[in-house]
Design a protein around this ligand. Structure first.
Ligand SMILES: [Zn+2]
Length: 232
């Protein structure tokens, strides 16, 4: 869940644990990336350990959408638990999360690097996969882009999101905190990014909410192409 830094050698914590949508919001969900955690050019094996064909097909479809925009990477998708990126919907785990980029290399091989909660709503599930796979590629939350123009009403943000499953520290680290450091690749703020949470207007001072983004925005495609161009 820490999106700002990761000491090498320490086990990575989940990059993310998406909060429940506050009342009145559509489901939560250009660019901000951690350039220290980008994959080198080449083939990445993605292992799917999912309950059924339908879920797998949606995950593959979402990965393809990213793959069209990451020319330096090829994704080899396999069934099972052995891969560089390991996606599970095991009901023994909770939340939608992924480690950031190559932090996956530090996750014990017996454990997933990404978890998806089972969801029968195909559109929402696919959008969640797009978001989490963005983290797996090294992207951070767009609403935490240092150039963002959101006027958070902070107390209202905590009230809307904080819960037993999503404590205040997570609300801060996943929503309000602005990462700093020269490892950050920052491009123009993009409220249409799949890496941006959706939220209702009442948790901002100017009353402007953001709708759920179910497809890669032009900004998402642009940053993916920049980070994973053929010669880097
Ligand atoms: Zn996220």
């Amino acid at each position: 869940m820490r999106v700002t830094s990761q000491n090498s050698g320490t086990p990575p914590s989940p990059a993310d644990n998406e909060p429940p949508a506050p009342a009145g919001a559509s489901r939560a969900k250009r660019g901000l990336a951690d350039t220290r955690r980008l994959w080198p050019p080449g083939v990445i094996t993605v292992a799917l350990d999912l309950r059924d064909q339908k879920s797998s097909a949606l995950v593959v479809d979402a990965i393809r959408e990213w793959a069209h925009n990451t020319p330096a990477l090829q994704f080899r998708i396999v069934s099972g638990r052995e891969g560089d990126i390991r996606i599970s919907d095991d009901e023994g785990l909770k939340g939608d999360w992924s480690v950031i980029g190559t932090d996956a290399d530090n996750v014990p091989l017996s454990e997933p690097t990404m978890h998806l909660d089972r969801n029968d709503d195909s559109k929402t599930f696919r959008a969640t996969v797009l978001h989490e796979f963005g983290h797996a590629l090294g992207l951070l939350h767009e609403h935490q882009n240092p150039e963002h123009t959101i006027n958070w009403k902070k107390e209202a943000v905590y009230k809307a999101y904080a819960s037993d499953n999503f404590p205040k520290e997570l609300v801060y680290s996943q929503i309000l905190e602005l990462p700093v450091g020269d490892h950050l690749g920052v491009t123009t703020y993009d409220s249409k990014s799949v890496m941006h949470y959706a939220y209702p207007g009442y948790i901002t001072h100017d009353g402007k909410g953001v709708d759920a983004n179910n497809w890669l925005s032009d900004g998402d495609k642009a940053i993916a192409r920049k980070l994973y161009r053929l010669t880097r």
